[in-house]
Design a protein around this ligand. Structure first.
Ligand SMILES: [Zn+2]
Ligand SMILES: [Zn+2]
Length: 667
């Protein structure tokens, strides 16, 4: 029996779980459930990643404490995982006393080993927010391609990475003001002290392609790792460095140990001896985007503090939907909860399993293929064996299994013989290959069933028909056992059908004969394409609601101006004399206003969706009188009418109170 600790990367408490995250949680859940079925001791450990500037800022914007924010996230994440049938042996938070203790212990070891030093660095500081700005809180124009509004560390348009000081017209994303460079003392870990160890460790414990890319870096020599952030920061303060906090990527992976410690306390074990036990195997499942943190910094911390380093780091690719990056506007940035509102989690578990292997290639959720594969394979091929077999046995005979006929025996023996091969695929994370075997067996079982034509023989020879149904149901039962790590609730229903206790992997070696089975209950039904459409529609609606929420909450203002700037704008009261549609312009109205002193002007206003022309005539409005006239396709627009609202139907023209005369200045 093996002792295994398996982890998934900790989801950040700043957002909801989506289908991209679920690739990893489901992959790890399949693997850990498989290990448990094989009789191994296996813990699936995870936690919420709760620290850092984004959490602090978000809490501030919502008017709550960071602790309240992360507690709410913890509840939402836990519920999403539970409903997706992901079972953790411990699910904790990085903001726990357990984690803090381990974190301080590791830092202490780094310091005592002489691997820590501090140095001054120049960093952008926002004077109005009174804080140092992380790269993601700086935006500006890309120094390479000049795209505006790019993050401080990289450009989404051209893919260049750079330092925030290279960004043109850099500004704080919270308050829009320009940051200043300010000196601050930071704490560093001397990675170079671990270079020899890492050069040996990385290729032996991580995927070859990723390892090579990382080791290419080593040629220039390893730079020190900055592990501190200045206050205000939500995290753990560094002992001996007042006002300095551990960077979130220090205490996030330590959360693996912190969470395991919680489990140890519940189970009468001591964390260090449990983690370091020579029989303990440790595996981390991560996405390729966070490889560097797990293959470089994490083993360094573990090594320095005398903790066992992981046996292996399993790395997977990203999820694409319909062949593209998940997109909010296309409705493919689907949250776990939105999926659950419309579809059975078993479908996604099955589909991901069909696609997963140990490679770091991206996996694609093609929504059409998803429905098709679930309907044809899970429902049409596999479940069909049970529904046809069990229903006939119950309705046409007496619900009793008999013996197997010779063909049935051969079919079942073949199915059972595949058990070790399928187990090997699970072990090595070739889920797609395991599923191919399972589908192949289901195909053969369906062929066997059809060739025996039990729907005909049931009238003439019920006893030989009983043998056919007994054979088919035994094969189905073994398939359900192989599928149990992927479809735990489905298989639980199969256990009930056959009146058996929970299956282990070895239950597949049994043959059920001469005993009653329970009446067949629904196991899986076909996906209705309409449910997928509803899920995509809800995802789009979700995005819209989110945008509105942000717009209301953030109250982001334009950069400050002084009174002289304001007085440059000449606002005047004016009365609308005429308003009419403009041919060929779907959004515009042509408006004639009286500006007072016998002056009239023509203004084109984009308010057609909100106002009927006849309702505007006679209305007193506010006009920007000194706006440079604009030549349009339909004529010249000589000013602008002031209105509130985001656009389309939500436009509200401002109107001065009664008594105002055309031409009056507005101050
Ligand atoms: Zn660029
Ligand atoms: Zn600011």
């Amino acid at each position: 029996m093996r002792n295994i600790i398996a982890t998934s990367a900790l989801p950040y408490a700043n957002g909801d779980i989506h289908l991209g995250h679920l690739v990893e949680y489901l992959q790890t859940d399949f693997w850990t459930r498989f290990q448990k079925m094989r009789g191994n001791k296996c813990l699936y450990i995870c936690a919420d990643d709760t620290h850092g500037t984004p959490i602090m800022i978000r809490a501030r914007q919502e008017g709550i404490t960071p602790e309240e924010l992360i507690a709410a996230s913890h509840n939402r994440h836990s519920k999403d995982f539970e409903d997706f049938q992901v079972v953790f042996d411990n699910y904790s938070s990085t903001n726990s006393e357990h984690n803090k203790e381990i974190c301080l212990g590791i830092f202490d070891a780094l310091e005592k080993g002489g691997h820590v030093h501090s140095a001054d660095i120049d960093q952008y500081y926002c004077e109005s927010c009174e804080m140092f700005l992380p790269d993601r809180f700086i935006k500006g124009t890309c120094p390479k391609c000049n795209s505006p509004e790019q993050y401080g560390d990289s450009c989404d348009e051209c893919g260049t990475t750079y330092s925030p000081t290279d960004v043109k017209d850099a500004h704080c994303t919270i308050c829009q003001s320009a940051p200043v460079l300010k000196k601050s003392s930071h704490v560093f870990v001397k990675l170079a002290d671990f270079q020899d160890f890492l050069e040996e460790w990385i290729p032996a414990h991580t995927p070859a392609g990723e390892a090579k890319k990382l080791l290419d870096w080593f040629k220039e020599g390893l730079r020190d790792w900055d592990i501190s952030r200045d206050e205000p920061y939500f995290g753990f303060e560094i002992p001996g460095y007042p006002g300095k906090y551990f960077y979130v990527w220090v205490d996030a992976p330590i959360g693996y140990i912190g969470s395991t410690k919680e489990w140890c306390e519940r189970n009468g074990k001591e964390i260090r001896s449990f983690w370091n036990d020579e029989t303990t195997e440790i595996y981390h499942n991560i996405g390729k985007d966070i490889f560097r943190f797990h293959a470089l910094f994490w083993p360094t911390m573990l090594k320095a503090a005398g903790y066992k380093t992981p046996n292996e780091i399993f790395v997977h690719g990203f999820l694409t939907v319909n062949g593209e990056k998940m997109s909010k506007s296309k409705g493919t940035f689907i949250k776990a909860r939105t999926y659950l509102d419309h579809l059975d989690p078993a479908y996604l578990r099955f589909y991901y399993a069909c696609k997963l292997d140990p490679s770091t290639d991206d996996i694609d959720l093609n929504l059409e293929d998803f429905a098709q594969r679930v309907n044809s394979d899970l429902v049409g091929k596999i479940t069909n064996l049970a529904s046809r077999g069990a229903q006939m046995l119950h309705k046409k005979i007496d619900g009793q299994l008999g013996e197997l006929d010779d063909d049935g025996k051969a079919l079942l023996a073949m199915t059972q013989d595949k058990g070790e091969l399928i187990a090997e695929y699970f072990e090595k994370r070739y889920l797609s290959k395991a599923l191919t075997e399972i589908r192949g067996i289901a195909d053969e079982a369906n062929r066997y069933f059809d060739s025996k034509e039990p729907w005909k023989t049931i009238k003439t020879d019920p006893e030989s028909t009983r043998q056919v149904l007994t054979s088919v149901l035994n094969v189905f039962r073994v398939l359900a056992i192989y599928l149990k790590p992927i479809l735990p609730e489905y298989t639980a229903a199969v256990e009930e059908l056959f009146n058996e206790s929970p299956y282990s992997w070895d239950s597949s070696k049994d043959v059920l004969t001469n005993r009653p089975i329970n009446a067949y209950k629904y196991l899986a039904q076909r996906i209705d394409q309409k449910d997928i459409e509803k899920m995509v529609k809800d995802t789009k609606a979700d995005l819209k609601a989110e945008k509105e929420l942000v717009a209301v909450k953030k109250n982001e203002y334009l950069p400050e101006i002084n009174i002289d700037d304001f007085s440059k704008v000449d606002l005047r009261a004016a009365i609308i004399l005429e308003a009419e549609d403009v041919k060929g312009a779907s959004k515009l109205l042509r408006i004639k206003v009286d500006m007072g002193n016998n002056e009239t002007r023509q203004i084109f206003a984009g308010i057609k969706a909100a106002y009927k022309p006849e309702d505007l005539v006679g209305k007193m409005v506010v006009v920007v009188a000194n706006l440079k006239p604009r030549k349009m396709k339909f004529g010249i627009s000589e000013g602008m009418i002031i209105a509130a609202g985001p656009g389309e139907k939500d436009i509200f023209v401002l109107s001065p109170d009664a008594g105002t005369k055309p031409g009056m200045e507005i101050h």
